[in-house]
Write a protein that binds this ligand. Sequence first.
Ligand code: TMP
Length: 415
Amino acid sequence: MRISEYKKVTKCRICKSSRLYKFLDYGSMPLANKFLEKSEFSDEKFYPLTCLFCKDCYLVQLGQVVSPKILFEDYPYVPSGSGVLMNDFNNLALEVDKRLNLSASSFVVDIGSNDGSLLSIFKNLGVRVLGIDPAHNLAKVAKDHGIATEVGLFNTKMAREIHRKFGQADLVCATNVVAHVDDVFEFLEAVSILLAQDGLFVCEFPYILDLVIKNEFDTIYHEHLSYFSLGSWQRLIKEAGFEIIDAKRVQIHGGSLRITNRLKKAETKPARRTINYLLWLEKQHGLTESETFGYFSDRVLKLKDEFTRAIHEVKVRDKRIVGLGAAAKASIVTNFFGLGPEAIDYIADSTPFKIGKYTPGKHIPIYSEEKVFFDKPDYCLIFAWNFADEIMRKYRKLRRKGTKFIVPIPEVKII
Ligand code: TMP
């Protein structure tokens, strides 16, 4: 195993405090979305993965930063494969359309636009759109679908260029992006350069409250540098010259926050009741106390014991287990719990980029979903538990024929 280059975090990303409490250590882990060809096994890179809690501004963050160039330039994640995710995007688009009353002259920019899934909805609403994404492979897919896309990491330089070329944006979206950004202040400065004075900045990210309550330890990986609460986001966004005008919990990715922000104005609106309620809820759940994260870590280690015992019991009975959904989460579960092809025959996935490759670290082969129907395994382990309902619906025939389904979190469940 080769431990590769990374930056160690010694100060909080938001408040620069060095009072950081380390609460979870995964050891050395591969990059969760780096699915490999067989020929790449010997060059695979591993990095430490630890979690820190800032005792001053309460931001949960990783203890190491891997270069975004390594993480995102060739990226296998495609949202358009999931009906649940497209539904979330639809809701987001209709919600902001109602709020901003978008028209043909409106300009919508999506940062981390991936294959253009969210922008295709805005395009259908008749507005001008531009995507920004560092992944060449996905930008090409977006462009092939008629979504103009700038390839690169979003920063102040790019924001100025886009502003000069296309004008100010009425709406800037960033779903599942800000948690991936190291220099969050530069990122927000870039958003403010691009955003019209009355424009909105809508972002969505996995919510630390859901992560803690539901034991979602497998959503912690090198790509996700920050795990925001509304409280830590509020502190960040205020310092960056924005204000929150709405915050809402949404179901996607195991529970996320959708936050509508705008540039700070002279007259501040009174905070919406939902904002105060969520801040209160976060306190109630101890998100401002380091002990909460110590307990979380204990629960994760207990889950590891229960899960590996359950898999062992299935394997001693000589039963076949197939994984469903080669999500990044699958990489975390298999590596942290020590499960390789001896336990999981293969993982089935709907993403063309992943089929034919192997999972990071444990090198479990990835096949298309059709194979599962043909093989009729004894057990299907749902790694992509965030799409469990959608996946179970797809495989309901197998369930009727006796295949059992294992869901790893919040606790091991066999259906
Ligand atoms: P994610 O949790 O990182 O979004 O990854 C989910 C993975 O699950 C992704 O690789 C696509 C895959 N998937 C299927 O294989 N079948 C499905 O029906 C769905 C919804 C997702």
